[in-house]
Design a protein around this ligand. Structure first.
Ligand SMILES: [Zn+2]
Length: 288
């Protein structure tokens, strides 16, 4: 088997790394490192990812239920739809890495057509039952897309430059957009509060790269795309953060969900956006 230990940065080729604090929660033997030059965070090895890894569903436990997954993802899927609904109206959309297809389900009545791409084979029956048009390779979709969306998928891709090149063939024209949502390596819990508990929780063997605005911009430039916009989005609220800071544990947003402070949450999210330390980044790109 090919040895995929990382000796140089995928993005800029630099060999100067610094080790990142915290452990890979499901595989402590893997180390996380940050490129000193471009700030891309990567795992020191991807030997655990083989060609069939995602197709075989190794990313998830064996007893997962697609219905529950879709239910849990609903708030995020709905937020994404609300954000994009005017743009995708009567357009052709491909949701790449669609998982249980929650976003497709919400958006399908607004779009001209919407397809999914999903590698995980055991989801096929579920997609069929729901009447979703999902393929395992984007090349199988004949219609060219106005929009390709990737929600928390891009960080799983081993060779993102290769994927971005391939996606150019699936886009309608230079006005077509790829919209990518990823976790932010400058998340306040990592870069501002430096929560020990969070640092031992957030790194995962399936997140091969963790981007921030700087590394994402560099990647898109290298891939020959122009950036339409790049923005921070905060998915988790103040109580989630306080719980991480004081208890070192996840789930604060659920423990305190009875306390609603919408104005305060808005201000707090705005403050994180201003600092570039939101938990999530959304980028829209188009081919040059
Ligand atoms: Zn680099």
């Amino acid at each position: 088997m090919q040895n995929k230990d990382r000796k140089s940065c995928y993005l800029c080729g630099s060999t100067e790394f610094e080790e990142v604090r915290g452990i890979v929660r499901d595989n402590p033997d893997i180390k996380v490192k940050r490129c000193k030059k471009c700030s891309l965070i990567s795992l020191d090895s991807t030997n655990h990812i083989d060609e069939k890894f995602y197709a075989d569903g190794k990313m998830r436990s064996n007893n997962f239920v697609p219905e529950l997954w879709a239910e849990k993802a609903y708030p995020d899927d709905f937020r994404r739809f609300k954000f994009l609904k005017n743009k995708i109206k009567n357009k052709t959309v491909v949701d790449f890495g669609c998982g249980a297809g929650g976003f497709i389900n919400i958006a399908k009545d607004s779009c001209k057509s919407i397809y999914g791409v999903e590698l995980e084979e055991r989801l096929k029956n579920y997609h069929n039952e729901k009447g979703l048009k999902v393929f395992s390779d984007i090349g199988e979709i004949e219609e060219k897309a106005d929009f390709v969306t990737m929600f928390h998928v891009f960080e799983h891709i081993e060779d993102p430059l290769n994927l971005l090149e391939k996606l150019k063939n699936s886009l309608k024209d230079n006005k077509s957009e790829i919209i990518i949502e990823v976790p932010n390596s400058d998340d306040a819990l990592i870069s501002l509060y430096k929560s020990e508990g969070f640092l031992n929780f957030t790194w995962w063997s399936c997140h091969l790269y963790t981007y921030n605005k700087k590394s994402l911009k560099l990647l898109m430039k290298k891939a020959g795309y122009k950036i339409n916009y790049i923005k921070g989005v905060q998915r988790y609220g103040i109580f989630n953060h306080l719980y991480w800071i004081f208890k070192g544990q996840p789930g604060g947003h659920l423990k305190f969900e009875h306390i609603k402070l919408p104005l305060f949450e808005k201000i707090y999210a705005g403050f994180l956006k201003l600092l570039g330390k939101t938990d999530t980044i959304i980028i829209s790109i188009s081919p040059r």
